[in-house]
Design a protein around this ligand. Structure first.
Ligand code: NAG
Ligand code: NAG
Ligand code: NAG
Length: 263
């Protein structure tokens, strides 16, 4: 019976409050206050004020949230922009580097091909460069001369004749290319008379080696020359008029020459 007495006014009160309530949240607050059987007008005013404040706060919070989202959005978009810029910069950098290394490799390739060309040229030059070297002895016959005219000595004992520039049948060396050539020749005799020989470049006598053998058992003379020859120039040894030489197994009368370098 007692509980029914309490329950009825509470029910009435709740009904009344529901009628005045404007929103569900407030109703619940009121409902939660189940031990209060009476709510004064002042309290209502206060509650309303509180509610308005809450609404106001919520609006502010929503605004702030919106702002924060916007800021975040701005931040994100600016970060994205930065990332994009970085990417672009990186790409440009990479491109520059790639171009530079491509340039480098182009330069290297050019250098390599020019080096290859040089090597080829050198090879060709080396292959084209005639090899000229000879060493020859005059004869095994012993005494040669004297004659009453100049004669071209035909050195018949060929020891070395690379390039076949010396012709033992004519006694004439012919330059296969323009260049500097080295020549050396020697004469020997053991007779008491004049001995010697002359070196000719084309029709010009370059040097003359000679000796009069008086009391010695033998005498020998020699000379050497570097001659600059044009292709086809000739060099040969001439026995002077009235001069004699001797050669046999020891090759005491000999003639050598080689190409120093082409010009
Ligand atoms: C690559 O070479 C070109 C032309 O030779 C030049 O214009 C360019 O600046 C070079 N690039 C770099 C990155 O060195
Ligand atoms: C000259 O030398 C050769 C070889 O040694 C010899 O046979 C000859 O008798 C020599 N002649 C003279 C005149 O000494
Ligand atoms: C060339 O002749 C000279 C002079 O007679 C002589 O001394 C020399 O030994 C000779 N050279 C050779 C390689 O026989």
């Amino acid at each position: 019976m007692r509980s029914a007495k309490v329950f009825l006014p509470l029910l009435l009160c709740l009904h009344w409050t529901w009628a005045y309530s404007e929103n569900e949240g407030l109703k619940q607050e009121v409902r939660a206050a189940h031990d209060q059987t009476y709510i004064s007008a002042e309290m209502w005013a206060e509650l309303k004020e509180l509610r308005d404040m809450a609404i106001e706060h919520r609006t502010k919070i929503e605004k702030l949230e919106q702002q924060s989202t916007y800021m975040q959005l701005i931040h994100v978009s600016s970060s994205e922009k930065e990332v994009e810029e970085l990417k672009e910069r990186k790409q440009v950098n990479l491109l520059t580097r790639v171009t530079a290394s491509e340039n480098k490799s182009t330069v290297l390739e050019a250098r390599m091909s020019s080096s290859e060309k040089e090597v080829e040229e050198l090879k060709r030059e080396k292959a084209d460069r005639p090899k000229v070297a000879f060493s020859i002895g005059l004869t095994d016959a012993g005494q040669v001369g004297p004659f009453n005219t100049k004669i071209t000595l035909k050195f018949s004992k060929v020891f070395t004749n690379v390039g076949q520039a010396y012709n033992p049948h004519t006694g004439i060396f012919t330059a296969p290319v323009r260049g500097a050539y080295y020549f050396k020749f020697s004469a020997w005799d053991n007779r008491s008379s004049w001995m010697g020989a002359e070196l000719y470049h084309n029709d010009k006598r370059m040097t003359w080696i000679f000796h009069h053998n008086d009391r010695e058992s033998y005498s020998s003379v020699s000379n050497a020359f570097v001659l600059q020859l044009e292709q086809g120039d000739v060099v040969y040894i001439v026995l002077s008029t009235g001069y004699g030489v001797y050669d046999a197994e020891y090759n005491l009368m000999n003639f050598s020459g080689f190409l120093l370098f082409a010009l």
